[in-house]
Write a protein that binds this ligand. Structure first.
Ligand code: GLN
Length: 271
């Protein structure tokens, strides 16, 4: 028996033991027919940070659903596997750490493509346009950042919204107390309970929140940051990136992108 064969036999033996013991830890990944390597065999593993409706959040049954989920399902279908979603802090997603350590194959987290992130991640073609928005409680509208002098403004840690506000505060020497929250739910809770007088996040998540909690909160001001979301893969994973982009192109061509957009976001802004 030559060395290659011996290795193969050993690998099969290991798999068999893993299967008998039902031990998921033995899964060292897999390769699809098309030659895409996956961290877990039979699955496209997605890292995301919950909650971030309408892009990803749990439905009443606890299933993670949303715009990003629906698009990545199309990639999984192309690869003939099922999508599996891992909820993990945004920091590890945007730093590339989760993709590098093999926690997941792809990141889908309403994540804006930025030059800094491009250094540590490979982004797909843009799949969504977003801007930042300032939300307040209804009847307590604030139109400009200047009006927030001496007051508390909430942001979500590690996001482009936080970065935008911190830059504005610095450049304009604004006397705002910026408070960072660990996720969107904590930020929205802070606004609802008067911990902050206003909160900044991506516009579509405020629109979604207002739909779910009518009358409580309004978008009082917008900041046209011209952001675009991208899915991300580990740097150098060209095979998977190609499939992600192919799925996006196909979805835009066959109407499924528009359908998913209408389902999760609503009416598309005029082009
Ligand atoms: N689009 C924002 C960013 O990339 C927020 C993403 C998020 O909180 N999931 O920073």
């Amino acid at each position: 028996m030559n060395v290659t064969k011996m290795v193969r036999v050993a690998a099969v033996a290991t798999l068999a033991i893993g299967a008998v013991a039902g031990c998921a830890k033995e899964d060292t990944g897999g390769t699809t027919e098309g030659g895409v390597t996956l961290v877990k065999s039979g699955a496209l593993t997605t890292c995301t940070h919950l909650p971030y409706a309408p892009f990803q959040s749990k439905d009443d049954s606890g299933k993670v659903v949303g715009f990003d989920v629906a698009l990545i399902d199309l990639v999984a279908t192309r690869l003939k596997v099922k999508q599996e979603i891992v909820d993990t802090p945004f920091e590890g997603i945007k730093s590339g750490a989760d993709l590098n350590s093999g926690k997941c194959d792809v990141a889908a987290a309403g994540m804006t493509i930025t030059d800094e992130r491009k250094k540590v991640l490979d982004f797909s073609d843009p799949y969504f346009d977003a801007t930042q928005a300032l939300a307040t409680q209804t009847g307590k509208e604030v139109k400009t950042l200047e009006e927030l002098a001496g007051k508390r403004l909430g942001v979500q840690g590690g996001t482009t919204g936080e970065e935008y506000i911190k830059t504005q505060v610095q450049e304009k020497s604004l006397k705002i107390e910026v408070v960072s929250y660990k996720d969107l739910a904590a930020l929205q809770q802070a606004l609802a309970t008067n911990q902050v007088v206003a909160a900044v996040n991506d516009l579509p998540v405020w629109n979604e929140y207002i739909k779910a909690n009518p009358g409580k909160v309004v978008v009082a001001a917008g900041f046209d940051t011209g952001e675009q979301y991208g899915f991300a893969v580990k740097k150098g994973n060209a095979e998977l990136l190609k499939e992600v982009n192919a799925a996006l192109t196909a979805a835009r061509g066959d109407g499924s992108y528009d359908k998913i957009y209408a389902e999760w976001i609503g009416e598309k802004p005029a082009a």
